[in-house]
Design a protein. Structure first.
Length: 212
């Protein structure tokens, strides 16, 4: 038989509504920046989970401000209002400023409820963020494939152009000697030299072209 879920405060409780409002402030982000707010919620969830698991342990009901990680956490939007709504208070103990949770049965229910809210919403954001990342990766893959196809088409077209240019150059190269001979013969005729009987085909062509 499955264990009954731990008792929590009802959603209709005003304190729960206030806690939810504070958590929504923490979640107020662009989906692309979700990792930061998710990390904040997971850290807070752990803080509340420690109290829920060991409510009589004083160290779990005290958050020291001298810890750099804690200072960063408390600087995140919505965190300090959430702590206040969830039963924490700021105080000075042993000459040190800290956040203190006084405990108590009713306060423990709020702690447990806050822990549940943080965990549930963090999971939803993780799933949404993961889905967005998958979609982004798929879009990038599709764009990459389209780019490869386009590059392949450009390369094939370039190779076809080179091939056509090569054939044209080959044809023109084969004709150049004949053209040079024709031009030389024509120039000789114009100079009054005439073409010898043993002249090549180009000279003969030139003679045919030169008027008597």
């Amino acid at each position: 038989m499955a264990a009954a879920p731990l008792e929590r405060l009802p959603e209709s409780d005003d304190r729960v509504r206030e806690v939810r409002r504070c958590v929504e402030v923490i979640r107020d982000h662009k989906l692309s920046d979700a990792s930061s707010s998710i990390a904040t919620m997971r850290t807070l969830e752990k803080i509340f989970a420690n109290i829920d698991a060991a409510p009589d342990e004083p160290k779990f009901r005290r958050i020291r401000l001298t810890n750099p990680k804690v200072a960063k956490l408390l600087g995140a939007k919505g965190v300090q209002p959430l702590l206040l709504k969830a039963g924490w208070r700021r105080a000075v103990e042993q000459m040190e400023e800290a956040w203190i949770h006084d405990g108590g049965a009713d306060a423990l229910l709020l702690v447990r409820t806050t822990r549940h809210i943080l965990g549930h919403l963090a999971t939803l954001d993780e799933q949404a963020h993961a889905a967005a990342e998958r979609q982004r990766a798929e879009s990038l893959t599709k764009m990459s494939r389209q780019r490869e196809v386009t590059l392949a088409e450009v390369k094939a077209d370039h190779e076809r152009r080179l091939e056509r240019a090569g054939k044209l150059n080959h044809t023109m190269g084969a004709q150049l000697p004949l053209l040079a001979e024709v031009n030389g013969a024509v120039a000789g005729e114009r100079a009054g030299l005439g073409a010898p009987a043993s002249a090549g085909p180009a000279a003969q062509v030139a003679q045919q072209r030169t008027p008597p």
